[in-house]
Design a protein around this ligand. Structure first.
Ligand code: NAD
Length: 357
C-alpha cells in the first residue's frame, strides 16, 4: 500500500534541513519504501502566502497523510503580528490539536562520538539513551478554567491541572508498549505527594502495569526526577509523564546530549498517524547559510519509518548511516570539535546518503 508523507518545511532553517531529510526519504523509496511525498506550507511562510499559519489546504493534506515531517516554524519577521492566532506557532499547535497528537516521544540519545559535547562528564552521559513519553494535549496547559482576574482588590492568575482516567490510560499504554519494545523498564513521573491529579495518574499507571507483566514500572516524584536526570541519567530508559513535567524534563534531557541539532521527536495520535520534527526551532540566526545541522530532521525520518510506517529496518539503516558519518569525523558547526571535518548542511546530507547506499 502506498503511504502518504507530507513534508512541511516551515521557516528559517526549516527548508534547508527538510531538503536533506527529503533526499533521505527519496533514497528510502529506492530501497523499497512505497510512499508518495508531497509538500505544504505552515507557519510564517503560510502566513506570507495565505494570511494564516495553517491554511485549510495544509490541514486537509495533513489529515490524509500517514505521516508528516515538519522542519520548524517562526522567526523575528512574524513576531510583531498583533493577532496572536495568526502567529507561526499557532500553525504547529493547530496541527497538534486537529490531528489529536497526544503522545510526544522525545528520545535523548548521546552518540558516543559526541560525548565531549555534553556539559556533563563523559562517564556520566556516554551511551545515554532515554525515551521521554510526554502527554501533549492535556494537563495544566489546556485545563479550564484559566485566566487572570480581579479578586479582593488584586489580580489573581489561575490555571487548572486536570487529567481524566482515559487520557492517562492512553498515554500510559503508549509508554508501556514503548518499554516493551526497548528494555522493559518504565519510570512514571508525578507529584503524587502533593497533587490529586497525579495520585490518579499513579493509580492508573499501577492498574496498567498488571496488563504488562514484562514491564518493570517504577514511580518518581518530579523534583527527584529532575535531580536524578543530571546526577545519574543512565538509570532511565522510558519515562512517562504529563504535559508540563514532560515539557521541562525533556528539555533538560535534551541538553544532556550537548546538541539540540541532533534530537528528533515524534507526536502520535490514536491511529498511529504521526508528526515528526527536530526538537530545535527555526534558528533564524543561521537561516539561509547552509550551516544548520540536518541530522535531527534526518533522525526524525527514521522515527517516522519506525513508528508510523512500520519500516523498522529502514529506520535502523538511517540511524546507522548517521552513526557512520559521525564516526568518519564529519561535523556541522554546532557539534564541531578539534580535529573533525567541518561540513555544511548539504555536505552532511550528501554524507548520510552515501552512507545509506
Ligand atoms: P532555536 O532552537 O531555533 O535556536 C537556538 C540556538 O540553537 C540558536 O543559536 C540556533 O542557531 C541553534 N540551532 C538550532 N537548531 C540548530 C541546528 N539544526 N543546527 C545548528 N544550530 C542550531 O530556538 P530559538 O532561538 O529560541 O527560537 C527561534 C525561533 O524558532 C523562534 O521564532 C521560536 O518561536 C521558534 N521555535 C520553533 C519551534 C518549532 O517549530 N518546533 C521550536 C522552538 C522554537
Amino acid at each position: 500500500m502506498t503511504r502518504r508523507i507530507l513534508v512541511l518545511p516551515g521557516d528559517g532553517i526549516g527548508p534547508e534541513i527538510t531538503a536533506q531529510a527529503t533526499r533521505v526519504l527519496e533514497a528510502c523509496q529506492t530501497l523499497g519504501l512505497d510512499a508518495e511525498i508531497e509538500q505544504g506550507l505552515v507557519g510564517g511562510s503560510a502566513y506570507d502566502a495565505h494570511g494564516v499559519p495553517l491554511p485549510d489546504e495544509t490541514l486537509d493534506k495533513a489529515r490524509s497523510a500517514d505521516a508528516i515531517l515538519l522542519g520548524a516554524v517562526g522567526g523575528p519577521k512574524w513576531d510583531r503580528i498583533e493577532d496572536l492566532s495568526k502567529r507561526p506557532e499557532k500553525g504547529l499547535l493547530g496541527l497538534r490539536k486537529e490531528l489529536g497528537l497526544f503522545g510526544n516521544l522525545r528520545p535523548a540519545i548521546l552518540y558516543p562520538q559526541l560525548a565531549e559535547a555534553s556539559t556533563l562528564k563523559p562517564e556520566v552521559v556516554s551511551g545515554l539513551d532515554i525515551m521521554i513519553v510526554r502527554e501533549l494535549t492535556g494537563g495544566i496547559y489546556f485545563g479550564q478554567p484559566r485566566g487572570i482576574e480581579e479578586r479582593d482588590g488584586q489580580r489573581v492568575g489561575f490555571n487548572t491541572y486536570v487529567y481524566s482516567e482515559s487520557e492517562i490510560e492512553r498515554i500510559g499504554r503508549v509508554a508501556f508498549e514503548m518499554a516493551r519494545k526497548r528494555n522493559g523498564k518504565l519510570c512514571s513521573v508525578d507529584k503524587a505527594n502533593v497533587l490529586e491529579v497525579t495520585i490518579l495518574w499513579r493509580e492508573v499507571m499501577d492498574r496498567l502495569a498488571a496488563e504488562y507483566p514484562d514491564v518493570e514500572l517504577s514511580h518518581m516524584y518530579v523534583d527527584n526526577a529532575a535531580m536524578q536526570l543530571v546526577r545519574a541519567p543512565r538509570q532511565f530508559d522510558v519515562v512517562v509523564t504529563g504535559n508540563m513535567f514532560g515539557d521541562i524534563l525533556s528539555d533538560a534531557a535534551a541538553m544532556l546530549t550537548g546538541s539540540i541539532g541532533m534530537l528528533p521527536s515524534a507526536s502520535l495520535n490514536e491511529r498511529g498517524q504521526g508528526m515528526y520534527e527536530p526538537c530545535h526551532g527555526s534558528a533564524p540566526d543561521i537561516a539561509g547559510q547552509n550551516l544548520a545541522n540536518p541530522l535531527a530532521t534526518i533522525l526524525s525520518v527514521a522515527m517516522m519509518l519506525r513508528y508510523s510506517l512500520d519500516e523498522a529496518d529502514l529506520a535502523a539503516r538511517i540511524e546507522a548511516a548517521v552513526g557512520k558519518v559521525l564516526d568518519d569525523g564529519l561535523r556541522t558547526a554546532d557539534i564541531a570539535s578539534e580535529g573533525k571535518r567541518r561540513v555544511s548542511t548539504s555536505e552532511m546530507g550528501d554524507a548520510v546518503l552515501a552512507a545509506l547506499s
